[in-house]
Design a protein around this ligand. Structure first.
Ligand code: DHB
Ligand code: FE
Length: 282
């Protein structure tokens, strides 16, 4: 049977992708940030799964205000990097896993979560930057990736508790797939940031660090945090953090912390990162 062995959480700041693509990772500004992912790259090389369920948000690249699914799963075989206005990132196409994705769609929809099913999807920085941070610059990505897109761009985004419960439904779906696959689930976005209006540039390190603490040990209660707290305390784009609750919901209640990193600044954003393993997998 398929099994979820581990989860990765990371911010997905587009400037991180530009720093990688333009050979700037050793610049003074970027060096401390990339140092925080040295362990992660080694861990990812040793623990490369068969498939990643990559929970991210599209930033008006594939979807726009005309059509925004709250939750979508991509069932195609291959996804191209999106052109976000300055050409697509020079990264490999993402290979999907249509059999597992179709199984998840069936299982999760019949488990009362009405996912939108997408076949063709260009994937933006929300999905490709986490892959670059964990796997570097390979010729092709080392595993299959199923994009799970969440609307956190256009009001109203889904609640934290709905996200946490979706994670549990994804776990049930993976557990019932009749093929031996090592599956990871990644949650991306955050941490505190606001890109617009009078509070642009807002960072709240106290909020972020408490979120990191509680995601590990107190996730079910953390999932009850209302949207207004994210927006007030972590900025309008801080609400991306609800996506981390989907990945956490798909894990065991008690998990093993492999890596934690927090860094400011990266563009306008606080960068946070965790790697958690299911203890049952050790
Ligand atoms: C920026 C954009 C993002 O989507 C994000 O999650 C963080 C930062 C930016 O433009 O700086
Ligand atoms: Fe984002």
């Amino acid at each position: 049977m398929a099994k979820i062995s581990a989860s990765v959480y990371t911010s997905h700041v587009p400037a991180i992708g530009a720093a990688i693509d333009n050979g700037k990772t050793s610049d003074d500004y970027w060096k401390p940030l990339f140092a925080g992912y040295d362990f992660s790259k080694q861990w990812a090389a040793k623990n490369t799964p068969d498939v990643i369920l990559l929970v991210y948000n599209d930033h008006a690249s594939a979807f726009d205000a005309n059509l925004v699914p709250t939750f979508a799963i991509a069932t195609g075989d291959e996804f191209q990097p999106a052109d976000e206005g300055w050409g697509p990132r020079p990264v490999p196409p993402v290979k999907g896993h249509s059999a597992l994705a179709a199984h998840i769609a069936q299982s999760v929809i019949q488990d009362d979560f009405d996912l939108t099913v997408v076949n063709t999807l260009d994937v933006d920085h929300g999905l490709t930057v986490p892959l670059s941070l964990m796997f570097g610059q390979p010729e092709s990505w080392p595993c299959r990736v199923i994009p799970v897109a969440v609307n956190v761009v256009l009001f109203p985004p889904p609640s934290g508790s709905r996200c946490f419960d979706l994670g549990k439904a994804l776990r049930r779906a993976v557990d019932s797939f009749d093929e031996d696959l090592d599956v990871q689930i990644w949650g991306t976005g955050g941490m505190s940031h606001q890109l617009q209006g009078p509070r642009a540039g807002l960072i709240n390190s106290e909020f972020d660090n408490e979120f990191l603490d509680r995601l590990v040990d107190d996730a079910a209660a953390l999932a009850q945090k209302p949207h207004i707290d994210y927006v007030r305390l972590a900025g309008s784009e801080g609400v991306e953090l609800v996506m981390w609750l989907i990945a956490r919901g798909a894990m065991d209640d008690s998990v093993s912390l492999k890596h934690r990193f927090y860094h400011v600044p990266a563009s306008n954003t606080a960068v946070g990162h965790l790697i958690l393993e299911n203890e049952s997998e050790d």
